[in-house]
Design a protein around this ligand. Sequence first.
Ligand code: ADP
Length: 258
Amino acid sequence: APPRQPHEQPAPDLSHLGRIVAVASGKGGVGKSTVAANLAVALAQSGLRVGLLDCDIYGPSVPTLLGAKARASGQQGRIEPLEAHGLKLLSIANLTPPDQAVIWRGPMAAAAMMQMLTDGDWGTLDVMILDMPPGTGDIQLSLAQKVKPAGAVIVSTPQDLALIDAEKAIAMFAKVDVPVLGLIENMSTFVCPHCGERSDIFGHGGAKETSAARRIPFLGAVPLTMALRAASDAGTPAVYSDGEAGDALRQAAAALRE
Ligand code: ADP
């Protein structure tokens, strides 16, 4: 069935989903989905019942990041989330044929997200992580308003360009009274896989300064590494690895538990 129009939807009861945390970014390509997927897996590894909803209709990447590309099954209007790495997940990519582009307008996209949240058989969860679409447009705003997450985590690179947009995401959540739980700096320092030399490709320390200026917690810096990129492409989250990136992601997840 096509997604319902938003005005047909009553305010849904989402209490069985536990604490809903939105992982957001001001712009695309900063590693938001990678961070969201890894935080979700780390929380599941620590014993929580975790759901992960890929809210990016136009560029869904969670199924690739977690190696869960199968079609979701369902009956009578219910959708069965996929299980991977100890958590439950759903993405539009699990519902549409791989060769079909989704070309819905904004309200339709937001409605499809709400439908995955409300019609998904998530069971009872402790935490639901929303991998938000990048940016601060009306889909993001409407999701934030309808779902009312308990908090948001902002992902940014250290680059000024990304940080300017991260500030917009912070402002958007403030506007809808969703507390920002913290900022994660991704692609922080490049660690050369050959010689181990560190290079600050996108600059250094910017996200820490932004968190200090905005008085929001700094949840850590995840380096830019070949290992993390390879792990993401292979569908094996970096939180399983011992490296610096895995450590940073596990620590950020632990901070979210508190
Ligand atoms: P976004 O959700 O912000 O658009 P993604 O999480 O899809 O970004 O990441 C974009 C690309 O960058 C992916 O191919 C991912 O594997 C890679 N990537 C993300 N973070 C890192 C990192 N810290 N080190 C190496 N590659 C990364």
